[in-house]
Design a protein around this ligand. Structure first.
Ligand code: FE2
Length: 666
């Protein structure tokens, strides 16, 4: 007889202890062990326990293990979370089997040895069979669903509680609870205001309610929100830094003339356009969208155009605003020289449109929904033993769950978006479907995106500066891992799992539209590296850039009104403080919006920082070393950003790696 020493590491998560008997079977190239009971009455959370499995002969190279946990007599069925199993063979070889998932049923679960294997590395029939079975199982568990025509497919599920078991259990209840508006209302001490339908009587009134709930930046925003400087700054370093672009020729539907706008130092608009000092924000996506009705009152959503000028002192300032796309007498071009409330009202309508464009296109569609496509395609097409799975799985944590929660609690019929945003309800999906037409592969790759927007050299564009550094660090890490496993383009082409993975993404995420430029196949190693970098960047840094500042810039509602309840002025000289207050959302709608942005900006208690890999899916030394180097480089970037921020009036922290989560998880 020979003995195998089996060490079981159980995760230290809440409720990961099992009282149910657990059995193991070892499967090797020369045979398999008997299904053997791990002789424990209970396997505790956080425990490391060693057992012995005896076999008549050596099993050869270990290929996989089978684990099962059966409910026993009167004991309650429970969920067990093993981290990994280590096995010392009679030949004194050590095999590691990463698990990191919940086992909460009595089925037999197979886990492969940790060395990453591509499909053509599988020399053993048992490995090939296990690989196939795993994907068959997964393609059933992780189906595609057409949630709305014209937007990316989502996972097939009827809400968070119908997600596959392994995902449901992985999501902590506290995080789920924190997601509910009730918690936010209590936390912000706003109970009682959520059914007050009155309009705000004054800005001081708003201040009285929200005075003590600020952050450093939200307090700054409250103080400076009327200023043109902050209005322009937010296009660069607020929560929506992806719309602004350099403008060399004015759009035909935005007829601003030289004599309309004041340019200091004797220059004029034509000259500044030529010199590349003019920038544009165009909300054409929102044109003609049906604005929501909230509490029986028609809301208003504009599709503005904003022109900005980079002054000789490098400061960006707005110089003209047109609130609707079609030029007309009743669609004036507002200017900083107009009356205080005309100009301020125009800016408020822009900020409200920006809320819609930011939330629906930049945040929900381009990070949350695309991340979901990346996760579902990975789980359907790539087995656990594949290097790509090991590389990407830490960057998928909670994404499916949070998106399912969003579909019910944010954008569903009773969701806060439907009850508080002009772009909620019917408009939301229409805006998202239209936004799909602007999605290209280049727009998802930050270096290309910045080049296409011609934004390479505008000073004080911290999102760009930090984002490009982050992109390069992620690229280097991904390149290291991919080049370790793929030595030639041939190997990439031969990997049928990689090819079905990208095909699924093209098909279900980008609706088979070739003009998006999304790869349909991978032909070369560099193509694969670029795509995986894009995926990892958008699921981590880009999401942080458009997510984490929502409360900073949204807490002071007049700076980011989620909805407006009066039409925009159709002539100059018709606005006042009173019309502005009547235009802003009423008290309860303000409160709902604020609670939502608060909840969505709050770091969860089990936040996993970018580049931290508490789960060791890679067991080989080289990729683990690359992960360590990745973390060192991220730490270095964090220090650089902190030092830069010391000299800034408004620190830009959203792309500080310490504030970025590994995945889209909130
Ligand atoms: Fe988010």
């Amino acid at each position: 007889m020979v003995d195998y020493e089996v060490t079981v590491y159980t995760g230290d998560r809440l409720n990961s202890t099992t009282w149910n008997p657990v059995h193991i079977k070892l499967v090797g190239t020369d045979g398999e062990s008997k299904r053997t009971w791990l002789r424990s009455l209970v396997i505790f959370s956080g425990s490391v326990s060693t057992y012995f499995v005896s076999c008549p002969n050596s099993l050869g190279q270990l290929v996989l293990i089978e684990l099962d946990k059966r409910q026993f007599f009167l004991l309650p069925d429970d969920a067990w979370f093993p981290d990994k199993v280590e096995i010392k063979s009679p030949e004194r070889d050590i095999y590691t089997f990463p698990i990191y998932c919940w086992i909460n049923n009595s089925e037999t679960h197979r886990f492969r040895e940790g060395k990453a294997l591509r499909i053509f590395d599988e020399s053993n029939f048992l490995g090939q069979h296990a690989r196939k079975q795993e994907l068959i199982h997964r393609s059933v568990d992780y189906g595609w669903n057409l949630f709305y025509s014209g937007i990316p497919y989502t996972i097939k599920a009827d809400g968070p509680t119908s997600l596959p078991n392994e995902l449901q259990f992985s999501f902590t209840k506290t995080t789920e609870f924190a997601f509910t508006a009730v918690t936010g209302l209590a936390e912000l001490q706003l109970k009682g205001l959520d059914d007050n339908r009155e309009n705000w009587e004054s800005l001081d009134n708003i201040n009285d309610i929200f005075r003590f709930k600020g952050t450093l930046i939200s307090d700054y925003v409250q103080e400076h929100w009327k200023e043109d400087g902050l209005f322009a700054y937010q296009f660069l370093n607020g929560v929506h830094p992806t719309l602004i672009q350099r403008c060399k020729t004015l759009p035909k539907n935005f007829p601003v003339t030289d004599d309309m706008v004041f340019i200091p130092d004797g220059s004029n608009l034509s000259q500044e356009l030529k010199e590349g000092n003019i920038y544009l924000c165009d909300y054409k996506n929102l044109d003609g969208m049906p604005a929501n009705t909230i509490q029986g009152i028609q809301q208003y959503l504009m599709a503005p155009l904003v022109l900005l000028h980079k002054r000789p002192d490098d400061k960006l300032m707005p110089i003209a605003i047109q609130l609707k796309q079609t030029p007309a007498e009743d669609n004036p071009i507002f200017l900083p020289t107009d009356s205080t409330y005309d100009w301020l009202t125009a800016k408020i309508f822009v900020r409200s449109a920006d809320f819609a464009e930011h939330q629906i296109n930049a945040h929900l569609l381009r990070t949350h929904l695309l991340a979901e496509v990346f996760v579902v395609s990975l789980l359907r097409n790539v087995p656990m033993v594949h290097p790509l799975y090991k590389l990407l799985i830490p960057h998928t944590r909670y994404t499916l769950h949070i998106n399912e929660l969003s579909r019910t609690q944010l954008v569903g019929p009773n969701g806060v978006f439907t009850k508080a945003a002009a772009s909620g309800g019917e408009a939301l999906m229409k805006i998202m479907a239209r936004s799909m037409s602007s999605i290209t592969y280049r727009s998802l790759c930050l270096p290309d995106n910045i080049a296409d927007r011609d934004m390479q050299d505008l000073p004080n564009f911290h999102y760009r500066d930090d984002g490009l550094q982050l992109w390069n660090i992620i690229f280097k890490y991904v390149q290291g891992v991919i080049q370790y496993y793929y030595k030639s383009d041939d190997e990439v082409q031969q990997d049928s799992e990689l090819q079905t993975w990208i095909w699924d993404i093209f098909n279900y995420g980008f609706l088979s539209e070739p003009q998006t430029g999304i790869p349909q196949v991978f032909a070369t190693v560099p193509e694969l590296i670029k795509f995986v970098t894009m995926l990892l960047f958008n699921s981590s840094g880009q999401h942080a850039a458009v997510n984490n500042g929502q409360y900073d810039y949204g807490r002071w509602m007049p700076n980011t009104p989620p909805t407006l309840q009066r039409p925009p002025p159709t002539a100059k000289g018709t606005t006042s403080e009173a019309t502005m207050l009547q235009t802003l959302p009423p008290i309860n709608v303000t409160v709902r919006g604020m609670v939502a942005v608060r909840v969505l900006s709050t770091q969860s208690s089990d936040f996993v920082t970018l580049g931290h890999y508490p789960e060791e899916h890679f067991t080989e030394e080289f990729p683990r070393q690359l992960q360590k180097e990745f973390k060192v480089e991220l730490d270095r970037l964090s220090i650089t950003i902190n030092n830069r921020n010391k000299g800034l009036e408004i620190p830009y922290t959203y792309l500080n790696p310490k504030m970025i989560e590994n995945s889209v998880a909130i």
